[in-house]
Design a binder for this molecule. Structure first.
Ligand SMILES: [Zn+2]
Length: 321
């Protein structure tokens, strides 16, 4: 069980388990990271979904939920990451913000929701956000070396742990074979930076660069609607800030920036677990992270070198300094 769990953690930590760098989380065979909490599957559905409208689509993997005006959450509840990608409609085109795990075809679901041309953008380029990128030809990508590197995709050995029995809730999608699972390479059609505005026709979305979780982490801001998509920089769950590519000083600046937007927000739309959160959480995030940086919030250290800080509705998991 532990070995299986570790395999999953290693797959997610990507290089951490095979290369030893001083800045990396040093997982060992006796790692006690409970990356997949036992019984996660039994605790679904999450309460937030009760107030949302379920949209009927033909898929045995994705659930689609209406979460705002012309915004669909494409949720993967059968896999422990509970990835949430978003399809955001304008009048002339639609933006697909993240393309999911790549376990089942997201493009087949998108086709059922709109005929508009699709533009893809990733909230970061970890494998759970870029799984379906290769199916699309129009991809905006952040102008960072990290992004260009991650566009090569992820081979089976680095992601197969995502399909371990403990990682799944029910059977695999019929179009997926565990040994063939990988994140395919993709190419950007245009590089973009902080402040870039995507015009979907009747709807403008601004890219807010919020490096920290990864160098290419972004939020997406619809100022007319007051919607803010926060990617992996905020969600209700355990927020992962222990990667080699995580920079906590950058994250600190980024959470200040997110908090400064709160007066303009009506809804926060995160990349995992539940597709809706109260904007006030972003103030709680800033306060919690400030307390961590100042050493006034105590965390729990695990054998694997990570420290978990409990902030109420969410937790922050950092590498030991
Ligand atoms: Zn990520």
């Amino acid at each position: 069980m532990r070995l299986v769990l570790r395999a999953v953690v290693c797959a997610i930590l990507l290089s951490s388990c095979v290369s030893e760098g001083s800045h990396q989380v040093g997982l060992s065979d006796t790692s006690s990271i409970d990356a997949i909490s036992p019984g996660w599957c039994d605790e679904l559905p999450r309460v937030q979904y009760a107030s949302l409208e379920r949209i009927d689509v033909d898929s045995d993997w994705f659930e689609v939920w209406g979460v705002g005006e012309d915004v669909f959450a494409l949720y993967e509840p059968k896999q422990w990451q509970e990835k949430v990608s978003y399809l955001i409609l304008g009048t002339e085109r639609a933006l697909l913000f993240d393309t999911g795990m790549g376990i089942s075809s997201i493009s087949e679901v998108v086709k059922q929701l709109t005929d508009l041309p699709i533009v893809v953008l990733n909230s970061d380029t970890h494998p759970d956000h870029t799984g379906g990128n290769a199916d699309f030809s129009s991809i905006l990508a952040m102008d960072t070396d990290f992004t260009r590197e991650r566009a090569a995709g992820y081979p089976n050995e680095r992601v197969k742990g995502e399909l371990a029995p403990e990682a799944l809730c029910g059977p695999l999608s019929s179009d997926m074979v565990e040994d063939e699972y990988s994140i395919h390479a993709w190419s950007a059609s245009q590089e973009v930076t902080d402040g870039y505005v995507i015009d979907l026709g009747g709807r403008e979305l601004e890219i807010i660069g919020i490096p920290g979780h990864t160098p290419d982490s972004i939020a997406l801001f619809d100022s007319d609607a007051g919607y803010l998509w926060t990617g992996d920089s905020f969600y209700e769950g355990t927020i992962w800030l222990f990667f080699p590519e995580t920079d906590r000083d950058s994250y600190s600046t980024s959470v200040e920036r997110l908090a400064s937007l709160v007066p303009k927000l009506t809804l926060v739309l995160p990349a995992h677990n539940a597709p809706t959160a109260d904007p006030i959480r972003l103030l709680e995030l800033r306060d919690a992270f400030t307390s961590i940086q100042e050493g006034t919030l105590e965390g729990v250290l695990s054998e694997d070198g990570t420290i978990e800080y409990d902030a109420g509705e969410f937790r922050l998991l950092l590498a030991e300094k």
